[in-house]
Design a protein around this ligand. Structure first.
Ligand SMILES: Nc1ncnc2c1ncn2[C@@H]1O[C@H](COP(=O)(O)OP(=O)(O)OP(=O)(O)O)[C@@H](O)[C@H]1O
Ligand SMILES: [Mg+2]
Length: 268
């Protein structure tokens, strides 16, 4: 895959693109400045890039190139952010599918929308990202509208099987156990997400606070406050504390972070 394809140019308008938001590689880069990836996930992304760079070697050895990634884990742990990161690293546009626009009450319409999206990705190199994937890939026997859902799942299976070219398909879900097994099997790359551990919390706090005046040692003292929080929780609490510091006209303090934590009351 050429790394600079589609960089800084507008995607052609295509059938199906009203179902998605498109982010160019430089827009993706801006969003991922503070990403903290678990070492295992970072390695998966790094390997992905290496593999795509060695595309010809893989073809010569008849080893398929991975192009289907599934991410699962709790809210606010970086699944969507990783899709932006992957697009930035691959220098491809990110096509972020709005799920509510592809799920349709009319029988067959959802399946047809899925086909359009995959057809777009076949013609235009991109990272095709489908969030809340469980909504379209729910186990067939688990659903009331069995007929419609099995049709949707069958379409998905077909699209996944036929998916080739320079695009990468990425799906994310909070509900791993709801995914149809047959769909699950189609993915060549799986990434697991969780709330940050000690090391990730420290790293993320450092990134969140690095350009903001803080009382000495605040980031280190604060790290334990965020035990059990997601990255998204941490971000919101730190933003609240920054507002407090600006209002007070002081460097950010541990007390302001504690106050913000209590106000925010993250679910954990
Ligand atoms: N690993 C991370 N590193 C840095 N920031 C993160 C990380 N995870 C989450 N965040 C922050 O939280 C926000 C929400 O994260 P994101 O949308 O990636 O979560 P998600 O896992 O996709 O959640 P959901 O399951 O609700 O879709 C991000 O925009 C970012 O500010
Ligand atoms: Mg998400």
């Amino acid at each position: 895959m050429s790394k600079n394809k589609n960089n800084n140019r507008t995607l052609p308008r295509a059938k199906g693109m009203d179902m998605a938001a498109v982010y160019l590689p430089h827009e993706c880069e801006r969003k991922v400045k503070r990403i903290v990836l678990h070492p295992t996930n970072r390695q998966i992304v790094d390997e992905f890039i290496v593999i795509l760079d060695k595309r010809d070697d893989f073809i010569a050895h008849d080893v398929p190139i991975p192009n289907k990634v599934v991410m699962f884990g709790p809210p606010g742990t970086g699944k969507t952010l990783t899709a932006f990161y992957l697009a930035h690293r691959l220098q491809l546009p990110l096509v972020l599918v709005r799920l509510d626009t592809i799920i349709h009450s009319h029988l067959g319409e959802t399946a047809s929308n899925i086909r359009k999206l995959f057809e777009f990705a076949r013609l235009t190199p991109c990272v095709l990202f489908l969030d809340e994937f469980d909504a379209v890939a729910r186990t067939r026997d688990n659903n009331d509208e069995v007929k419609e859902m099995s049709r949707v799942v069958n379409t998905l299976l077909q699209c996944l099987d036929e998916f080739e070219g320079d695009s990468v398909f990425v799906a994310a879900t909070n509900l791993e156990e709801e995914l149809d097994h047959a769909v699950w099997r189609r993915f060549d790359t799986r990434m697991t997400y969780a709330n940050p551990d000690d090391a990730s919390r420290n790293e993320y706090l450092r990134l969140l606070l690095q350009d903001f005046a803080c009382k000495e040692g605040t980031d280190l003292q604060a790290a334990s406050l965020f035990q059990g929080c997601s990255f998204a929780d941490m971000e919101q609490i730190v933003l609240k504390a920054k507002r407090k510091a600006i209002i007070a006209g002081t460097p950010l303090s541990l007390e302001q972070l504690q106050g913000s934590f209590l106000e925010y009351k993250p679910r954990s």
